[in-house]
Design a protein around this ligand. Structure first.
Ligand code: IPM
Ligand code: MG
Length: 355
């Protein structure tokens, strides 16, 4: 098994380092090779997604990704910005299915900003389409408006679009995910306003015919945002487009107390995947040894399950994380009075010990 390790920027190297330790503790024979990505790719090779990095990612069985972005790269032209690395990996590798679970560990119920009874027992899965929508739609640009009420003025524009194949394949992933869970799927769109969403809904309804056991409902994205903070336990699986999924998954993550706890998987049609924490590079705390590595460690567990076919080892990693939380060991983001405050590497030590 060959795993590409792409630590990236900010806290990326610190948290990925701990996940690598966990993987090595499970199996010394994992072949792991690292490469620069994001700002680190730009600094070393002049491009956020250097050719050698893309090649390594293509050849590997799975990719463990940290995070990209740092203040010093904020003013680069768009095509050189660190974010282009993750967008380029997603589109070049066809990683269209993004699974973002939001699980509230009972030990962390007190760390949520929501009331205990609203979030206790929360376990939902966001299935976000990842290679289409307004993120990638053409045309896009900044130009002089050729027509309309503001003709002649500068304007910015993007294109929201989804092809039938794109909606169908993510709908299948979502229904299949629901079949393995509580068999409830909520499709989120803005069909009251957008053509793209009306089309999305039509296709999701059609794919539903193949999964009669799953109960399907539809929700407008504004309402879904409200329901996520009002009654999040009503959701089982949520399927939505790239843009809405980006926003809703951050909101869902925060329900669980800290975005530092949430893993993600981005899969292609053959379950090859890129695994990354749902949080970003947090440059403000980089290098301080205080970042929470659990989202990345849990992402490694998802990698074991989805791409490496090692469900038993995945479950062991997840149980080790539970056990560490049970022992009251906490990084700063999830710390509460009376519990043991540890650094990034001490958290890694604790997970390895629990394994
Ligand atoms: C995410 C991030 C990315 C996205 C950024 C870094 C391009 O916010 O993975 O949710 O918008 O998809
Ligand atoms: Mg995001």
């Amino acid at each position: 098994m060959k795993i590409a390790i792409l630590p990236g920027d900010g806290i990326g190297p610190e948290i990925v380092g701990q996940a690598v330790r966990v993987l090595k503790a499970l199996d010394e024979t994992f072949e792991m090779e690292s490469a620069d990505v994001g700002g680190a790719g730009y600094a070393a090779h002049g491009h956020p997604l250097p050719e050698a990095t893309l090649k390594l990612a293509k050849e590997a069985d799975a990719i463990l990704f940290g995070a990209v972005g740092d203040f010093q790269y904020d003013n680069l032209e768009r095509h050189l910005r660190p974010e282009q690395a993750i967008l380029g990996l997603r589109s070049n590798l066809g990683l269209f299915a993004n699974l973002r679970p939001a699980i509230l560990y009972p030990q962390l119920a007190g760390a949520s900003t929501l009331k205990f009874d609203i979030v206790s027992g929360l376990n939902l899965m966001i299935v976000r389409e990842l290679t289409g929508d307004i993120y990638f739609g053409q045309p896009r640009g900044i130009r002089t408006a050729p027509d309309g009420a503001f003709k002649g003025e500068r304007e910015g524009f993007d294109t929201m679009r989804y092809a039938e194949t794109e909606v169908r394949r993510i709908a299948h992933v979502a229904f299949q995910t629901a079949m393995k869970r509580e068999k409830c799927l909520t499709s989120v769109d803005k069909a009251n306003v957008l053509e793209t969403s009306q089309f999305w809904r039509e296709i999701v309804i059609d794919v539903h015919k193949e999964y009669p056991e799953v109960s399907l409902d539809h929700m407008y994205v504004d309402n879904a945002a409200m329901q996520l903070v009002r009654a999040p336990k009503k959701f089982d699986v949520v399927v939505t487009g790239n843009m809405f999924g980006d926003i809703l998954s951050d909101a869902a993550a925060m329900l669980t107390g800290s975005i530092g706890m949430l893993p993600s998987a981005s899969l292609d049609a053959n379950n090859k995947g890129l695994y990354e924490p749902s949080h970003g590079s947090a440059p403000d705390i980089a290098g301080k040894g205080i970042a929470n590595p659990l989202a990345t460690i849990l992402s490694a567990a998802m990698m074991l399950r989805y791409s490496l076919n090692r469900a038993e080892q995945a479950a062991r990693v997840e149980a080790a994380v539970q056990s560490v939380l049970e022992q009251g060991i906490r990084t700063a983001d999830i710390h509460e009075p009376g519990l043991k405050l540890v650094s990034t590497s001490e958290m890694g030590d604790a997970v390895v010990a629990a394994l």
